[in-house]
Ligand binder design. Sequence first.
Ligand code: NAP
Length: 201
Amino acid sequence: MANIGIMGGTFDPIHFGHLRAAEEVLQGFQLDRVIFVPAGNPPHKAGERISSAEHRYLMTVLATMDHPNFEVSRVEIDRPGFSYTLDTLREFRKRFPGDNLYFITGADAILSVHYWNGYRELFELADFIAVTRPGYSMESLDCLRPLIGEQCYSRIHVFTVTSLAISSSDIRDRVRKSLSIRYLTPETVRRYIERNGLYKD
Ligand code: NAP
């Protein structure tokens, strides 16, 4: 039986905060691999300007290709319509019937999990790992307990990682202002952003 991490995010762009989080979760939860799943068409970002799914997918591939335990899935990119985590986890459950699944994402995103499609089933399909920065505690997610119930709540694991001070929105802001983003994201991703003129208005 394998332990499989499924790292969900918009990844616009992916950065060292995400990569370091995946690395620490891989070790901390003794996972066999982490599959990055760039959100195809995130329902909660309808109306927001985000880079094309293909750009975000390619940047995620560039960032993870040198890690033997990291992979990237096109499951949400290739599925038409809005990208619901429920459909993604159902798909991974089908692919890996006997394995343990851990859905990994930012704690801030998990705070709204009670609004996600079919959230009760989500917690039957996988455990959730809410990655967060130092200083953020499980109590910060306490407000979820009455909303989703004890059984679902017990499947959320808060995991503190080293370097979440980097954010995608800050990187986009810096590019817009022609400021350097070196050492915030892998060099391959930095060059991809530059060549494709991403985040310039
Ligand atoms: P978000 O609102 O963009 O992000 C919330 C916070 O979490 C941000 O600070 C973000 O930092 C951080 N974050 C996001 N992904 C992370 C990751 N993998 N590791 C560490 N930090 C992360 O959240 P999002 O990226 O759109 O959504 C996260 C996941 O939840 C996605 O897989 C999405 O599909 C899923 N989701 C599903 C539903 C649904 O099914 N209805 C609704 C909402 C979200 P950065 O900005 O630096 O990434």
